[in-house]
Design a protein around this ligand. Structure first.
Ligand SMILES: [Zn+2]
Length: 73
């Protein structure tokens, strides 16, 4: 393997890492916009605990879930 091949390999690996970073960044943004749409219920103390069932309770603290668009207001 000469220096050119090593450089191309490193550049390729860097490009793949960059693509993964973009992919996961977009995934997080998509999650946030889905939350803004509403319809899901979330715990006010533990916003990552969500359910489509309005009568559901938080599995951590037992609080009644509220509409996720009202969490953080
Ligand atoms: Zn909770």
């Amino acid at each position: 393997m000469d220096l050119t091949q090593i450089t191309v390999t490193i550049a390729g690996a860097a490009l793949i890492a960059l693509n993964l970073w973009f992919f996961f960044g977009k995934k997080e943004a998509g999650h946030a916009s889905a939350k803004e749409k509403g319809g899901l219920y979330a715990c006010p103390m533990h916003p990552w605990i969500t359910s489509n069932d309005p009568t559901a309770d938080c599995s951590i603290c037992g609080m009644k879930l509220v509409r996720s668009d009202e969490v953080g207001k």
